[in-house]
Design a protein around this ligand. Structure first.
Ligand code: GLU
Length: 415
């Protein structure tokens, strides 16, 4: 039976990587265990005067390569295993992009759509108070993730600075630019994915100006992906969706019209001049590029055979199960794996850390140019490894990332 517990998937991926790289069992065991994790309960005063207790986590998965880095998710279905998996993927992501950082992730079980802005602020501050000793600009630096925003980063930075009794802008990234955030961080995840798609199209001989694109998920990553595919390449967005359903049109969907529809009605269903489509059907559309940009576990052994896209660019974390990976590989689908494709976010977060340390903001053009260089180099190193070893793109990304993590663990005398 196929597991969709994300941490079980991570362990399977590590086992596969260990087999390819002939890793020592002690190394494999270290790679499969988070070095540190914190579980917290947070009482938060609600607007009606009652107190609600929220559960939260911070997992620092591996800090061999340095300060740990990774977002905080606010999600009703958050579990410790999801956070562990996401923290592990942060380790590989930072290593693959050769950022001098380890990996972490945080999560709070909550539904932000049901919280007022004041409740969200109190919850964000409560989280920082609960995990304060774990965080710090030279220890562990969070960032936005699913349902967390630059405004939430600003509150968290403020709370941390109050407790530390000094301005600590560098404790968190993804802040608003007025508060030490980096220019270009807002669309960095999608933009990094675009650089990968551009390089993949060159490798596969696809003309992106004539390409069709379907985007699964229309949050920060999905919206910017649709916008940038259309602006940078002139590709046609033929379908978009969110958790409530989707919209399709063979003539193309204007990404801004889809965004306005979502802002006013909370869903992209019903964009003018489009037909309704389910999220599941979107994944099986005959398009050149499919961009899963929502959550884990959407391409499984159940639907992988029906995926007809030439390129699957994973902006979401963990959208494809290992069984589905094998099927896509057999069918010749070119998968740009999550911790490569969506690494633009943490790469610009790293740029933000550097700017904060130096108190010297960069221009947006500088950020884009440096991001392009990093993503392009990482993409080609993965494609080359995939060809050299005859393994799929995800396994190739694992080999490149894990060899960097193992090298430092050896140098430090851990293994
Ligand atoms: N949450 C994003 C990710 O999964 C960004 C993490 C960061 O910027 O630290 O990559």
């Amino acid at each position: 039976m196929e597991s969709i517990n994300p941490f079980e998937i991570v362990k399977q991926q590590i086992d596969k990587c260990a087999e390819i790289m002939h890793l020592d069992p002690s190394i494999t065991s270290m790679l499969k265990s988070p070095v540190r994790e914190l579980h917290v309960s947070m009482p938060v005063r609600m607007d009606d005067g009652s107190v609600k207790v929220f559960q939260g986590f911070r997992v620092q998965y591996n800090d061999a390569r340095g300060i740990t880095k990774g977002g905080i998710r606010f999600h009703p279905e958050e579990t410790i295993d999801t956070v562990r998996a996401l923290a592990a993927w942060m380790v590989w992501k930072c290593a693959l992009l050769d950022l001098p950082l380890g990996g972490a992730k945080g999560g709070v079980i909550c539904n932000p759509k049901e919280l007022s802005s004041y409740e969200l602020e109190r919850l964000s501050r409560a989280y920082v108070r609960s995990v304060f000793q774990f965080l710090g600009p030279e220890r562990d630096v969070p960032a936005p993730d699913v349902y967390t925003t630059p405004q939430i980063m600003a509150w968290m930075m403020d709370e941390y600075s109050i407790i530390a009794q000094k301005p600590q802008f560098g404790v968190i990234t993804g802040k608003p630019p007025a508060l030490g955030g980096s220019l270009g961080r807002g669309d960095a995840t999608a933009r990094g994915g675009m650089y990968c798609i551009r390089e993949a199209a060159k490798v596969l001989g696809i003309d992106l100006s004539k390409a069709t694109v379907a985007v699964h998920g229309y949050g920060n990553a999905g919206y910017h992906a649709a916008r940038l595919c259309s602006d940078l390449f002139g590709s046609r967005i033929v379908a978009v969706c969110d958790s409530m359903g989707g919209a399709s049109s063979a003539d193309g969907i204007d990404p801004e019209a889809a965004r306005e529809c979502k802002l006013s009605t909370s869903t992209v269903c019903g964009v003018p001049d489009t037909e309704l489509i389910s999220g599941d059907d979107l994944l099986e559309m005959d398009v050149d590029v499919l961009i899963p940009a929502a959550i884990e576990g959407v391409i499984t052994s159940r639907n992988a055979r029906k995926v007809r896209a030439k390129i699957v660019a994973e902006l979401a974390n963990g959208p494809t199960t290992p069984e589905a990976d094998d099927i896509l590989y057999e069918n010749g689908v070119h998968v740009i794996p999550d911790f490569l494709c969506n690494a633009g976010g943490v790469t610009v977060s790293y740029f933000e850390m550097v700017q904060n340390f130096y108190l010297y903001p960069w221009t947006e053009a500088d950020v884009h140019e440096r991001l392009d260089k990093k993503m392009t180099a990482a993409y080609h190193s993965v494609v080359n490894t995939s060809r050299e070893y005859g393994i799929n793109m995800r396994q190739a990304a694992y080999v490149r990332a894990v060899e960097r993590v193992v090298e430092v663990m050896r140098l430090r005398g851990w293994v």
